[in-house]
Design a protein around this ligand. Structure first.
Ligand SMILES: [Zn+2]
Length: 212
């Protein structure tokens, strides 16, 4: 198995990770090639599982149909990254930064009104909403600052699943923990929360195809 090997005197142990479909081994400077080879071979099963998961991530590329909040859009290549609601097209320029900016803009236009509906219904006001691409979470809540952050990954799931994250984060304004009382509050607002959550966490979020 081919891998990238990074030696550094700061590293105390040999460790293994998968980044962008590449196997990366980090080790202390004195580690031998034999040791690393054996180490990698011992983890073949884990590596193959990780690589398969990476391969399974849908890539956003021209010609495909991309669902944004349950609506289908045709993906086309162009000079600017943009969404056209009337023509139901999304233009990509292959630039990851531009793509992230566009996702934040779409989330701001489409998810924020929904957020304010829930905010009002649940008796809150003047909360600040922020968006970002958070790889390992759907949202977060800073009760003291009145700030709720939502991941732009939510654009690729269904509305009901977006609701489940909004409700979850808004309930943190009352309970800044995951106590039983917190989940009771969540279930009071969304009785099928767990059912929806189960679907949410199994979504494969598409990513922009890397150039080159
Ligand atoms: Zn939480």
């Amino acid at each position: 198995m081919e891998y990238q090997w990074i030696k550094n005197k700061r590293y105390k142990n040999v460790s293994l990770r998968i980044k962008d479909g590449q196997i990366i081994v980090t080790s202390p400077v004195q580690t031998s090639k034999e040791f690393v080879d054996t180490f990698v071979n011992q983890h073949t099963h884990w590596i193959q599982k990780q690589l398969a998961a990476y391969e399974a991530i849908p890539r956003i590329r021209p010609g495909m149909t991309l669902f944004i909040l349950e609506r289908p859009y045709k993906v086309v290549m162009g000079d600017v990254c943009a969404i056209n609601l009337d023509k139901e097209t999304i233009t990509i320029d292959g630039n990851e930064k531009h793509w992230q900016v566009l996702l934040k803009e779409i989330a701001q236009n489409q998810i924020t009104p929904r957020f304010h509906q829930w905010e009002q219904a649940m008796g809150y006001s003047n909360l600040t909403i922020r968006y970002g691409y958070y790889a390992s979470k759907w949202g977060s809540c800073r009760k003291d600052m009145g700030v709720i952050a939502l991941s732009t990954k939510l654009l690729f799931v269904d509305w009901e699943e977006v609701d489940s994250v909004i409700v979850h984060e808004l309930c943190h304004m009352k309970y800044p923990n995951h106590s039983q009382a917190f989940y009771q509050e969540v279930l009071d607002w969304m009785p099928n929360y767990w059912e929806v959550h189960k679907h949410l966490i199994h979504h494969c979020i598409p990513v922009l195809e890397k150039k080159g």
